[in-house]
Design a protein around this ligand. Structure first.
Ligand code: COS
Length: 379
């Protein structure tokens, strides 16, 4: 049985790798340069059942294993970090439904996400509540069979293109984190204005938006879990989604390492390939070691998620911290190995370096990851 699972996983990884190298890698530079949301990649993911990897077969998916998903995210991120985020965020949007949704909600919404018919988003951050989501001010007031949402969410990946947005809002301001609830909001709801944010350093094709709720009505049947369950759902989701951001970071790093190894073997100076110089060899060796260390920790965090091991909070934070720092270091060193060529957009490493930066910031800055780790140490 275990062998079968491993083979399925490797088969999924191999087919995603082939698709990413053949069809996504050639698009990556253009996606970055135009900063246009890659609808063609979304369509390809729908047709090739890529979104389904994030979901279990009982909800229309292909896997649902965090480890399998991470392997797929890594393969796509090697080619294009923006495209990898499409898959990771579909998982991010699905987790709150899995964790807090009723069986009826799971059956209604998860197959839509697994097929990619609907794109998902996860709306937690606000202009004044980023690292500290407990201080959010978006309100959801009960009105008969509806809740009425007012407030602003920001930095929402897929925010202006998503069909289904998980929104966290305060239902009882006197209850602190126990007064926050989660809602499934349609992207085209009346009273929801979506403003795409422009001018990002990296992941430029990815959609990042501000969401403004003004008297936006959501049926009470769209609440996930009980009133007040929202904060626990939000934190539980981050435990599961951070390893996927680690996988994205890992893919960016691995992609940059491949480029550096290839270039060092071709580029000749002082009468031989620069790969023959120990100065370059040591850099490549360090880069490869950082990539493999990040992979080990990322897979370990995914195994904890798959086993519902309570250690997942700690391992997810460690994986995100380690893999994103590795991505920043490895991509910066890849630019160095390529020298002047690394600094221009004729080669992909400068894009990879810009894309790497966000992995140290989103889904909790690396300072927040250290806080999560330290808190677990003291517990
Ligand atoms: N799983 C389940 N519940 C959790 C949890 C987890 N991983 N982490 C915390 N909780 C619960 C706690 O158990 C506590 O519940 P009780 O009061 O019943 O004990 C409640 O949530 C509040 O916990 P805590 O006091 O630790 O919350 P803080 O407000 O101090 O926040 C951090 C803790 C900083 C870790 C949290 O706010 C965080 O992760 N911030 C970063 C947010 C983020 O990643 N933003 C990016 C947006 S998504 S792109």
């Amino acid at each position: 049985m275990a062998t079968e699972v491993r083979e399925d996983r490797q088969a999924i990884q191999a087919s995603v790798r082939e698709l990413a190298q053949a069809r996504i890698a050639p698009r990556a530079a253009e996606i970055d340069q135009t900063a246009e949301f890659p609808w063609d990649v979304v369509e390809m993911f729908r047709q090739q059942d890529i979104f389904a990897i994030a979901f279990a077969p009982e909800y229309g998916g292909l896997s649902g294993s965090a480890l399998t998903l991470a392997m797929a995210v890594e393969e796509i991120a090697k080619a294009c970090a923006t495209s990898a985020l499409l898959l990771a965020v579909q998982g991010l949007g699905g987790y709150p439904i899995l964790l807090g949704g009723s069986e009826e909600q799971k059956r209604e919404f998860l197959p839509e996400l697994a097929s990619g018919r609907k794109l998902a988003a996860y709306a937690l951050s606000e202009p004044d509540a980023g690292s500290d989501p407990a201080s959010m001010s978006t309100r959801a007031r009960r009105d008969a069979d509806d809740y009425v949402l007012d407030g602003v969410k920001t930095w929402i990946t897929n925010g202006s293109v998503a069909d289904l947005i998980v929104v966290f809002a305060v239902t009882d301001p006197d209850q602190g984190t126990k007064g926050i609830s989660a809602f499934l909001v349609d992207g085209d709801s009346e009273g929801l204005q979506r403003n795409r944010i422009h001018g990002k350093l990296g992941i430029r094709g990815s959609d990042t938006a501000e969401l403004v709720f003004t008297g936006c009505r959501v049926p009470a049947s769209r609440r996930l879990g009980a009133d007040g369950d929202g904060f626990k759902i939000a934190m539980g989701v981050l435990d599961r989604s951070r390893p996927q951001i680690a996988a994205q970071a890992l893919g960016i790093a691995a992609g940059a390492l491949d480029q550096a190894v290839q270039y060092a073997q071709q580029r000749r100076q002082f009468g031989r390939p620069i790969a023959e110089f120990q100065g370059i060899q040591f850099m490549l060796a360090d880069m490869a070691t950082q990539v493999e260390a990040a992979r080990c920790l990322t897979h370990e965090a995914c195994r904890a998620v798959d086993a519902r091991d309570p250690q997942m909070t700690l391992l997810a934070a460690m994986a995100k911290l380690t893999a994103s720092d590795a991505a920043m270091k490895v991509t910066t060193d890849a630019v160095q190995v390529l020298g002047g060529s690394g600094y221009i957009n004729e080669f992909p490493v400068e894009r990879m370096m810009r894309d790497a930066k966000i992995t140290q910031i989103y889904e909790g800055t690396n300072q927040i990851q250290r806080l999560v780790i330290a808190k677990r140490l003291m517990a």
